[in-house]
Ligand binder design. Structure first.
Ligand SMILES: C/C=C(\C)C(=O)SCCNC(=O)CCNC(=O)[C@H](O)C(C)(C)COP(=O)(O)OP(=O)(O)OC[C@H]1O[C@@H](n2cnc3c(N)ncnc32)[C@H](O)[C@@H]1OP(=O)(O)O
Length: 195
């Protein structure tokens, strides 16, 4: 599931909800698809913040669903729709952004990480390669050598290393949602003043 909250002003806050790590289950993918569509079509919304409940952004694919048939919206169009959104989408990364969770964040237009967050593409440890844009968006963002290192080792990086590499734009030790919403608010004010 994903919760949609309209924040006074012009921000939509989308919160992934799937304990324990907000993995991208069929219900979460459906929730993201629906809430992103709602935010994009609401003329009052000027920017979107994407975060995860209970201190975790997203642990990637829901490994509990690997054994069954694929249901719900596929991951790639859902992620591509975020990148294609005509309103800025800010990823507020707390706890973890792993696998499809990092791929989701990479499609956002701005990434803010909490100082204690860890990010990575651990697909290789499951015998997979990142298949939802990670092998394209990460090299574009940080260059091929650094991206290859993360993709072939599956290692997690700290928020500070992610900042140094250029995976995230900002690191904070404050309240991640408040920092992200403040940033989104200022971004929407800038965009408004240019319209
Ligand atoms: C296609 C493929 C795509 C798109 C992918 O995304 S593949 C990548 C999928 N994600 C992962 O491989 C992450 C695997 N998980 C971990 O590395 C760790 O569990 C963690 C770093 C997320 C947390 O580590 P830790 O704090 O030590 O806690 P636990 O390992 O004990 O896990 C806590 C509970 O969370 C459950 N969990 C973890 N990851 C997932 C997941 N991806 N989907 C569903 N559930 C997940 C884990 O099973 C533990 O559950 P309980 O045992 O407490 O019930």
């Amino acid at each position: 599931m994903a919760r949609y909250t309209r924040i006074p002003g012009s921000i939509a806050l989308i919160t992934l909800m799937n304990p324990p790590v907000n993995a991208l289950s069929a219900a979460v993918r459906q929730g993201i698809t629906d809430t992103v569509g709602r935010a994009v079509s609401d003329p009052e919304v000027k920017a979107v913040v994407l975060c995860g409940e209970n201190g975790k952004f997203c642990g990637g694919a829901d490994i509990r669903e690997f054994a069954g048939p694929m249901t719900g919206p596929p991951l790639i169009p859902m992620i591509d729709a975020i990148e294609a959104a005509e309103k800025p989408v800010v990823a507020a990364i707390e706890g973890i952004a792993l696998g499809g969770g990092l791929e989701l964040a990479l499609a956002c237009h701005y990434r803010i990480a909490h100082v204690k967050a860890r990010l990575g593409l651990p697909e290789v440890t499951l015998g997979l390669l990142p298949g939802a844009g990670g092998t394209q968006r990460l090299p574009r963002l940080i260059g091929v050598p650094a991206a290859l290192d993360l993709i072939v080792t599956g290692r997690h990086v700290s928020a500070q290393e992610a900042l140094k590499l250029g995976i995230v734009d900002q690191v904070t030790d404050g309240n991640i949602q408040e920092v992200a919403m403040e940033f989104a608010q200022s971004m929407s004010a800038t965009l408004n003043s240019r319209c």
